[in-house]
Design a binder for this molecule. Structure first.
Ligand code: CA
Ligand code: CA
Ligand code: CA
Ligand code: CA
Length: 476
């Protein structure tokens, strides 16, 4: 790799990282949940770095998988789907100030040369300028980095010229400061891959494809197909400070990626056709960043659960999504069901469209952003989620739904809605998200949105420029 780039931009992300230092608190936290949903106890011990155990015992009616009444669909909160054990903190703490929307504040001007960046995007972007959600990391390769290739051998030293073959071998050889480079090709797996490394802020475990070429593919289609929610996942990330970038993950028999750890970054991934939600954060997952990821055509056998992205079922603090694109999944675009009342998620410039997708069953709910659950659901569904510059369109049900979240504290600022079944919804017993600065005059189609090219750092184009560009190309 000879390309050298150092990007020190993205004010909100930098601030966000600063605000997201590991808290690593130990102790025990119990979250009693009353009412018809039974009881939930989150027993937590140990700091992130030492890998305490997390057990979520769930009972009552919320543990099922059937459609609920009044338009509220219950999600599995236990059993084969929801539980996980091992390794992450889920201490409930007071809400901290999340990242602000500073990168939005410079928007404006006729050239719209990139928000707050003065037009320093690389040449080659075909449509518009990317909206900066990429991490500020120097991705220059170093001599002692570790390389893998489908045609490599695990006995090899792992240099670029003599790569190892399997990711497991690379991780076994990994030490702090190294990056694992994944060369293009297909890496086939017939069982889940667990990433439990507890790396550090100063020496994260980075696993990256080489940008500019084809994304390496992790293909989990060798896993036995799930007949309900009993399949194996692709990647399970219980560790911390793991940064996965520029990879494709597909066809796992459950989630493509499932995160319970903290301070991990998933960047510029493409995940698709898994038998549950593409990327799910649960069971204490905290301070994770999902940046510039596409998730599509995920579909579980029941058709009830597979969303594009789901920070749900007792997550921790400070999870953040930016520049993600979710489309044509079987259930919803984004789902924050029972995320926990004290665990708001921040979404910036995230798109959700075309739900439910063509592989959905009649159970598919078809919302763009599902932002809560009834208050009595396991762990609570009343978090004050924050959405800035997010877009929901061509979804059969709601573009943005509180889904029973009755906090009245969901905020959508400068969000776009068009051609949804209903643009804004409270859901049964909920309060409609607060929304200001709505954008309703766009007409981007599902095809246009899914094919909109990301720029050379993985950022989505400006959706308003996309419309202008395509109208201009069509002669209008
Ligand atoms: Ca599952
Ligand atoms: Ca559902
Ligand atoms: Ca869902
Ligand atoms: Ca449903």
């Amino acid at each position: 790799m000879t390309r050298v780039r150092t990007y020190l931009i993205g004010i909100s992300i930098s601030c966000f990282f600063a605000a997201c230092s590991a808290d690593g608190g130990g102790g025990n936290t119990s979250v009693p949940v009353g009412g018809s949903s039974g009881s939930t106890v989150i027993a937590t011990g140990g700091a992130v770095s030492t890998g305490g155990s997390t057990v979520i015992a769930t009972g009552g009616t919320s543990g099922g998988n059937s459609g609920g009444t009044g338009g509220i669909v219950t999600q599995p909160s236990g059993g084969t789907n929801g539980t996980a054990s091992g390794g992450t903190e889920s201490v409930i703490e007071p809400i901290e100030a999340g990242p602000d929307g500073e990168w939005m504040s410079d928007e404006g001007g006729s050239s719209d040369a990139g928000i707050g960046e003065g037009g320093d995007y690389d040449a080659g972007t075909t449509v518009g300028d990317g909206r900066p959600c990429h991490s500020s990391v120097d991705w220059t390769s170093k001599p002692d980095d570790i390389w893998i290739s489908p045609s490599g051998r695990d006995e090899n030293p792992g240099t670029e010229a003599s790569p190892k073959q399997h990711l497991s071998a690379a991780i076994a050889a990994w030490t702090a400061g190294k990056t694992i480079w994944v060369m293009p090709g297909t890496y086939s797996h017939s069982s889940k891959f667990s990433l439990s490394t507890n790396a550090t802020s100063g020496a994260p475990l980075r696993i990256s494809g080489v940008t500019g070429g084809d994304k390496p593919v992790f293909d989990f289609s060798g896993e036995p197909r799930a007949t309900f929610n009993n399949g194996e996942r692709g990647f399970e990330i219980s560790g911390s400070y793991i940064h996965m970038r520029y990879l494709e993950v597909k066809k796992a028999a459950d989630n493509c990626l499932y995160v319970t750890g903290a301070n991990n970054t998933l960047e510029w991934l493409v995940v698709h056709e898994c038998q549950d939600t593409g990327i799910q954060l649960s069971n204490g997952a905290a301070s994770n960043q999902v940046l510039n990821v596409d998730s599509y055509l995920n579909a579980d056998a029941s058709g009830e659960n597979a969303d594009g992205f789901a920070p749900k079922l007792s997550i921790g603090q400070n999870n953040y999504f930016c520049g993600t694109r979710s489309y044509q999944n079987a259930d919803d675009g984004y789902d924050c069901w029972a995320s926990g009342n004290q665990s708001p998620v921040k979404f910036e410039y995230c798109w959700a469209f075309g739900h439910p997708g063509p592989t959905a069953t009649a159970n598919g709910d078809g919302n763009g952003f599902k932002l809560g659950s009834p208050a009595l659901s396991a762990s609570g569904g009343n978090a004050p989620h924050e959405l800035i510059d997010c877009f929901a369109f061509h979804n059969r049900s709601a573009g943005f739904t509180a889904n029973g979240n009755s906090s009245g504290q969901i905020t959508c600022t400068n969000c776009g809605v068009w051609d949804n079944g209903t643009d804004w919804s409270a859901g049964s017993g909920g309060q409609t998200p607060q929304h200001t600065g709505d954008i309703t005059n766009l007409d981007v189609s599902v095809d246009e949105a899914m094919n909109a090219p990301r720029d050379v750092r993985g950022n989505l184009p400006d959706i308003t420029k996309l419309v202008r560009s395509q109208k201009a190309a069509a002669g209008g």
